[in-house]
Write a protein that binds this ligand. Structure first.
Ligand code: G3I
Length: 300
């Protein structure tokens, strides 16, 4: 096929992009979004600070706009993210212990209930493991409410929206390493104990290449009985076109890899300012990386 989404669909996958509500009025941006992508992730609009700016006061306006647009375009929606140590509103940052635990579980329940039936997959918990090379949990205020905070969030999300796939999402987990193995062990434990989890998100913020064991890492998680999703792909550096092909082929080679999401549409939309890590340039033109992905999707 001639678009990312259509070519991915021919292989049973979605191809998505993170989007920003303020840019939906940009005609170039919206045209690419509608033409190329079959899934969207709100880049910021469903985070805790955006949806519950003050305790018990919920604001879904921007998230609702993105969901409505996606539904009009026949696109899936990946919800991002119900429980994350970052972008917590100030009132939640001031909480700890059982007060924070109950506020977090209420947040998960309220937001997942609001979007019930409209979310293909939720990043229920984001970035709960540390970067210490030992696979430790991140020592956040959420972690300090008790080691079981992650499973509590997953149970609350399942209760609120049984139809949504529930994902654990993280970065620097793109190869076999201490951090990805800690995530792997958590997922294995959850599956063994019947804790509801359906997928693992690999953010895949890369530079120049993917780890040589990228596909093997995805496969070992799939072998646990969960879907794997590439959730925030962007690739900086001169090797980006080849690396995008490698990542695309890895997803196609792992049957439970259900789709790829790039973290933005144009280079100018990227959080990685100045590194030009996406598939379209600032003017909305297709880059070599775009062609590399399309060719990989269409191959074989
Ligand atoms: O909306 C406000 C605006 O009103 C204000 O004028 C402006 C300046 O203060 O800030 C705007 O909010 C910013 C927001 O992006 C929207 O642009 C926040 O400051 C800024 O922190 C926020 O950054 C986002 C970041 O997550 C933190 O939430 C990035 O856009 C977003 O790409 C990035 O995405 C994360 C994923 O959620 C999780 N994985 C890592 C990834 C990259 O950091």
């Amino acid at each position: 096929a001639t678009t990312l989404g259509a070519s991915a669909a021919e292989k049973g996958r979605y191809f998505g992009a993170a989007i920003a509500a303020p840019k939906l009025g940009d005609t170039t941006y919206s045209a690419i979004l509608k033409r190329e992508f079959t899934s969207v992730t709100p880049e910021n609009e469903m985070k805790w600070d955006a949806t519950e700016p003050s305790r018990g006061t919920f604001n879904y306006t921007a998230g609702d706009r993105i969901v409505a647009q996606a539904q009009a375009n026949g696109q899936k929606v990946r919800g991002h993210t119900l429980a994350w140590h970052s972008q917590m509103p100030a009132w939640a940052q001031a909480l700890s212990g059982s007060a924070l635990r109950s506020a977090m579980l209420n947040h998960v329940t309220q937001v997942a209930t609001h979007y019930k039936g409209k979310i293909y997959a939720w990043d229920v918990v984001n970035e709960a493991f540390a970067d210490d090379g030992r696979g430790s949990r991140r020592n956040s205020s959420l972690q300090q409410t008790g080691n079981d905070w992650i499973e509590a969030a997953f149970r609350a999300a399942r209760a609120a929206d049984p139809a949504a796939k529930l994902c654990y999402n993280d970065y620097s987990t793109d190869g076999v390493n201490a951090k990805s193995t800690a995530v792997y062990n958590m997922v294995a434990d959850f599956k063994a104990r019947g804790v509801p989890i359906d997928c693992v998100g690999f953010q895949s913020h890369l530079t120049n290449n993917a780890p040589s064991d990228y596909q093997a890492n995805l496969q070992r998680f799939a072998n646990l009985g969960v879907d794997v999703q590439i959730t925030e792909l962007d690739i900086a550096g001169s090797g980006q076109a080849a690396a995008y092909a490698t990542v695309t082929r890895a997803c196609l080679a792992v049957s439970r890899c259900t789709g790829i999401t790039v973290w933005g549409i144009r280079d100018s939309d990227s959080w990685r300012t100045g590194t030009n890590p996406l598939l379209f340039d600032a003017g909305g033109a297709k880059k070599a990386a775009y062609t590399s992905v399309l060719d990989a999707l269409n191959a074989g």
